[in-house]
Design a protein. Structure first.
Length: 82
């Protein structure tokens, strides 16, 4: 299977060290600074974020574009602001 291609991000949230519960308010704040349609890259090292970030996007109404797993723990998520 080909590797996912990272979309161009308008902003990056460095969430390394944040657990999923702390990552969600940080994503909300980062998205508030963006215009509708812009893309946020979220970098996280909490394995629970692999389920939590897509679920949060669905609940908050933002588009989950893709996730790129860097290794067993680190993942890059790409979200498009509604």
């Amino acid at each position: 299977m080909p590797a996912a291609v990272a979309p161009d991000a308008d902003a990056v949230l460095k969430g390394d060290g944040l657990v999923c519960g702390s990552l969600e308010p940080a994503m909300r704040d980062a998205l508030r600074a963006l215009a509708s349609g812009q893309v946020l890259e979220v970098r996280a090292d909490d394995p629970a974020a692999r389920l939590g970030v897509p679920a949060w996007c669905r609940l908050a109404g933002h588009a989950f574009l893709t996730a790129i797993e860097e290794d067993n723990c680190r993942t890059r998520f790409f979200l498009r602001k509604r």
